[in-house]
Unconditional design. Structure first.
Length: 109
């Protein structure tokens, strides 16, 4: 690696506060569960309702709702209401970029 590349990959070496550590660990926890990865990957394409997600991923609606609640609490997904239907989409481009890069890494192994 060149010196310029090393500089761009360097982190600031400030101590991490407890809140930052918690958010980082919860984000990686979210990305460590295959069902949540599948849901986020699907939502990277476009928004979907709970029923659409369940159908496309062959999951129970209750499973999808549970996982979406977890992801929403971390602000990784958001929703909009249309009548009685909730449409979910991703809500954090940084995390979606990490997910995309990780998928690309895994596919090129």
């Amino acid at each position: 690696m060149t010196e310029d590349t090393n500089k761009s990959l360097r982190f600031e070496h400030d101590d991490l506060d407890e809140e930052t550590l918690f958010i980082v660990s919860q984000t990686f926890k979210a990305l460590s569960e295959p069902t949540r990865i599948r849901i986020l990957h699907l939502l990277s394409e476009k928004e979907h309702s709970v029923n659409e997600i369940a159908e496309k991923l062959s999951l129970l609606q209750s499973t999808v709702s549970h996982q979406l609640r977890f992801l929403k609490n971390l602000r990784l997904v958001k929703y909009r209401r249309e009548g009685t239907t909730l449409f979910y989409s991703h809500d954090d481009d940084h995390v979606m970029n990490i997910l995309e890069q990780t998928i690309n890494h895994a596919r090129h192994h």
